[in-house]
Design a protein around this ligand. Sequence first.
Ligand code: NAI
Ligand code: MG
Length: 483
Amino acid sequence: MEEKLSFEYAPAPESRALVTIKPKYGHFIGGKFVAGSKHFPTINPATEEVLSQISLAGKADVDAAVKAARKAYTTTWSKMSGKERGKYLFRIARIMQERSREFAVLETLDNGKPIRESRDVDVPLAAAHFFYHAGWADKLEYAGLGTTPKAHGVAGQIIPWNFPLLMLAWKVAPALAAGNTVVLKPAETTSLTALLFAEVCHQAELPAGVVNIVTGDGSTGALIVNHPGIDKIAFTGSTEVGKIIARAVATTNKSVTLELGGKAANIIFEDAAIDESVEGIVNGIFFNQGHVCCAGSRLILQESIADEVIEKLKNRMAKIRVGDPMDKNTDLGAINSKEQLLKIRELTAAGDSEGAERWSAPCDLPGKGFWFAPTIFTGVTQAHRIAREEIFGPVLSVLTFRTPQEAIDKANNTPFGLSAGIWSEKGSKVLWASQQLRAGVIWANTFNKFDPTSPFGGYKESGWGREGGRHGLSAYLKGVSHE
Ligand code: NAI
Ligand code: MG
């Protein structure tokens, strides 16, 4: 007799009581929280519950933040030794670790990502960025970036909603290590962890005005980009806004780094270890609901193994646990916003109408909140929108190839060039392919691995400059080419 084995996991929710969310937040300017005049709600995308009211910064708020940053730069931060600056960075890193559960819970509530990811990926990596850059603060002269490295002054930083705290760390840590002061704006749907970070700056007794956080939407972002008191702009987000920013700073003296979209190819050669590849494909596209600029969103499969890989992939996808992001067993959480869900629906509908074949993992999606089941499209051609445009959701487009050169040609046939993956047991093939691929980050027999010491950034429409490592540090120093 055949017995069907099925497992049910008992719910294992993380405690929400770990965080205190205020009903309303202001901006963090000159070391103090100051009330905003206009507000907008921030919601939990898994339940649509309003979590808090966030301030919308206008011209006066951005002016005040830039002024505070300039004052801190001139009177304090630019006069301090690198060794002293480093101590503050170490202190911030340690407080982030001490308060890591708070950060993880807040990130999950505001963003919709599974607590397992915010706890094990976002928060530890954010702290690691501060530790890493703390080590650089007193060694800038030895970084090979010139004998008298100088900071830009005030950095304006605009970040997205997919890794709210981690993108803050990628921006703030190198800026401070290099001796700049900061005006940072989080994304409008995910401001809460940046506001908790402001509390950490206060707790670390960071001199007033070194870090200023103003909240708001694209209008606030534009005020930062166009402010004459800012010396350097760092942006992560859509290619569309990246182009607007590039145009806005082109006629100014502002230095700029842009980290934009992607449409990464994950290439599986016939000699790859199939089961490991399947895990890598799943991690490449379903990690963080596919809200990842370097997500492996185009699976490029050698024809001889395509059927086997797709069957195994569907079996594995059917086991992805979708649901309550606060549950420690959850693999795939909520889509961050209604707008993003509508974008995913629109692009996948184009996949259907252009003739690709859709398969979604069978799962019960919660009634409230914004959800999308893990989905793959087979029969995709290079002309399809789902093969060309960034979907930024848990959706994989599958293309096939016969010869290695065809795989490379398909992988490079995109306006983007942020990342790529190669799966093969043959080292020579991996090296050959990695030299042919036009992508800033290339993973071999793994995917979506990050480390503060490793530069990250793209070719073509994926952006300008690098973040992380010595390359990322150079973007916060005057006159150093960051390519
Ligand atoms: P977005 O580029 O509009 O937002 C990113 C940040 O830029 C936010 O803080 C936003 O307030 C700010 N912003 C918006 N307009 C601005 C302007 N004119 N000047 C200055 N700052 C501005 O991205 P959005 O609308 O949230 O997402 C749209 C698409 O962009 C996504 O579907 C995805 O494909 C892509 N995206 C890529 C990201 C990446 O990590 N490379 C991150 C987020 C989105
Ligand atoms: Mg936008």
